[in-house]
Design a protein around this ligand. Structure first.
Ligand code: CUA
Length: 353
């Protein structure tokens, strides 16, 4: 026999849990696909909402009829035998076949349109920006073939411009996902994929690898900086300056530049005009970046020192522990933060707790 009290407690608990889970849902947040900032993400959100509200409508109708029937036709103490039984009703069966067919067509048409629009392979026109995205364990390389720029983990794009991403992997499966701008797409070894989107509103948008790629997967983040045309052009110009790597003025920065070569950093990391390593992230204009360690830490002198002191303590990664002394760390921090940035400012923050 059903224990009614036990059942009520269970039901109450389930309802409370559902309410708690629902209340934690939010349309806003740095990595919410509902917080849209571009036409592709908007289209995908609208498609989702259409399907969601139709499903909620069906839930309400079905649950309503079910609850009404349970109450209306419940067994009563006065009932001694089964009520008259009914089998088959052609009109009802036609109705509950036709209605779902209509609902499915309403969902199918926009779904197919959105799939074809976002899946379509786009031939880059002159006004489009092309970015080659290369997924590495566990960071992102962004190459701009039209501009001769290579950078890492922070993607700068101009607003209202169609950006075409050629997606490649250097090792295992990864997935490129900036939820506010577009859906995700896999980076597959030995196969080139494509994705395109438009950033409609200037801002900084979070991105994340969305395909399990072993230890560092959760820390494989990136940022998309959607910028005004003017600001983007200024960023591009920082890569064209002759004196991008200004190391002559300051002794600490100069010492760091020597260490960069001597400690083997240059074997893995490229810096435009200085080093050509391609194992780790390209560090050209590193001083202009907001983050370090693939978006995990803010790019401050303290955080950069923490990273250089023991990279493995920050996150799983392939950078070796170089066994640097504190003085060497200070010099390297000063040098790296001076890249593309103001030398005095870079040096001022070094070595202070
Ligand atoms: Cu790359 Cu997960």
């Amino acid at each position: 026999m059903l224990n009614l009290r036990w059942f009520r407690w269970r039901l109450g608990g389930a309802l409370l849990l559902s309410a708690a889970l629902l209340s934690s849902c939010s349309f806003e947040g740095p990595q919410s696909a509902f917080d849209v900032a571009g036409p592709i993400a908007r289209q995908q959100k609208e498609l989702f909402m259409l399907t969601f509200w139709l499903a909620m409508g069906i839930l309400a109708v079905v649950a309503g009829i079910l609850i009404y029937s349970m109450w209306r036709f419940r067994a009563r103490r006065s009932d001694h035998e089964l009520p008259p039984q009914t089998h088959g009703n052609s009109l009802l069966e036609v109705i509950w076949t036709v209605i779902p067919v209509i609902i499915l067509i309403i969902i199918l048409v926009p779904t197919v349109i959105v799939i074809f629009e976002t899946e379509s392979y786009v031939e880059a026109e002159e006004e489009d920006l092309v970015v080659n995205v290369i997924g590495h364990q566990w960071w992102w390389s962004f190459e701009y073939p039209q501009l001769g720029i290579v950078t890492a983990n922070e993607l700068h794009i101009p607003e209202d411009t169609q950006v075409i991403f050629n997606l490649k992997s250097a090792d295992v499966l990864h997935s490129f996902w900036a939820p506010s701008l577009a859906g995700k797409r896999d980076l597959i070894p030995n196969q080139n994929n494509q994705l395109w989107f438009v950033g409609a509103e200037p801002g900084i948008y979070f991105g994340q690898c969305a395909e399990l790629c072993l230890d560092g997967h959760a820390y494989m983040k990136f940022r998309v900086m959607v910028e005004t045309e003017d600001k983007f052009n200024k960023w591009v110009a920082t890569f064209k300056q002759e004196e991008v790597q200004n190391t002559a003025e300051n002794p600490l920065v100069q010492q760091g530049s020597v260490l960069f070569q001597r400690k083997g950093c240059a074997g893995c990391h490229a810096i435009q005009g200085v080093a050509t390593g391609d194992v780790g992230p390209n560090l050209t204009n590193f001083g202009l970046r907001n983050t370090v360690a693939a978006g995990v830490l803010k790019n401050t002198p303290e955080n950069l020192a923490t990273w250089l002191r023991d990279p493995a303590a920050v996150k799983p990664n392939l950078m070796p522990d170089l066994g640097l002394s504190e003085d060497e760390i200070d010099a390297l921090v000063a040098y790296l933060l001076s890249l593309g940035a103001d030398t005095e400012q870079a040096v001022a923050g070094v070595g202070h707790e």
